[in-house]
Design a binder for this molecule. Sequence first.
Ligand code: NAP
Length: 350
Amino acid sequence: MPTIDRSAPVLVTGANGYIASWLAKYLLEQGFTVHGSVRDSRNTDKVGHLLKLGEAHPGQLQLFDADLLREGSFDAAMAGCQLVFHTASPFIVRGIKDPQAQLVEPALSGTRNVLQAANRCDSVQRVILTTSVAAVYGDFADIELIDGHAFNEGHWNTSSSLSHQPYNYSKTVAEKEAWDICAQQSRWDLVAINPGLVLGPSLARASDSTSLSTMLELVDGTLRMGVPKLRMPLVDVRDVAHAHILAATNPEAEGRHLLVGDTASLLQLARMIEAEHGDRYPTPQRELPKFLTWLLGPLAGISRKMVARNVGYAVAFDCSKAIEELGMQFRPLPETVRDHLQQMVADGLV
Ligand code: NAP
């Protein structure tokens, strides 16, 4: 990958999304011209925050309509771009009725459509793919299958399927497809970013991201009766956005990059909220015994297999590649949680 031409536009797919909005903001602040693809640029509920970013950076942001499921959809937005950030993909884990249509199709066809557009677009030299730790492991129980007991970039999710952890499955098949398409040509290279569960303040008001519902449920009373004992890999949304830019602008960057700043249980997240706000919010006060979570899980849309293979496991992640190669530094988790709640209060969500 030659030196970055900072005068060339860059494409951010799904630019209105939770992670992509921060990415677009930082790219604009660094002087890049951003082509943001969205599903409907006239939907001001979804793109209003982007329009404001554009006003703060006159002439630097242009929105394009594109759908992951429509072939050729990304050609116009990609024209002239040297860098393509492909972030668009649904991040929903509950209430899924048709996993193929709701998750796998947009993830997989979207990856194909964006990368086939890159094959047609002579200016593209690097694609930065927002994949996930979900493409690295399927369930926390998978930790028992690996040597060293810390997940790293060499591991792939082998336990997810359409019927079990379909979001993780969608990210796995989409990332594999991306590496396969990349291997068939040599003009552009691919750098993957694999974040854990992303938390932190949202610029996007109307995102469906599970990140936002997770944080909301900790303070709106949904989890008042208790939470499963789940220790999650976490990372700040602003760190994830920065990682994308570091991956794009470092000519030496290659391969996958795990991004996990810290791990914490849902109860520990609740304790961080209480440390700032006392008993102002109806946060969960205890962890439910595993058998009770197993029994009641299906009522909350969580399968018994998911409970059996995730609750109570200790997981670890080796993120040394992102730290050494990209120069990543991770924000302290309490800061992420504090800033996220502050944003939700400021936006009238709690
Ligand atoms: P998000 O706010 O829901 O963003 C998803 C984006 O994908 C939105 O712009 C959405 O557009 C777009 N999209 C969905 N279906 C589409 C379709 N058929 N055509 C065009 N665009 C479509 O979620 P996010 O959390 O920022 O996630 C962004 C990326 O990060 C995803 O690839 C996700 O898998 C990955 N990731 C997220 C996390 C996390 O914890 N948040 C962790 C690891 C990886 P609409 O707004 O129109 O629906």
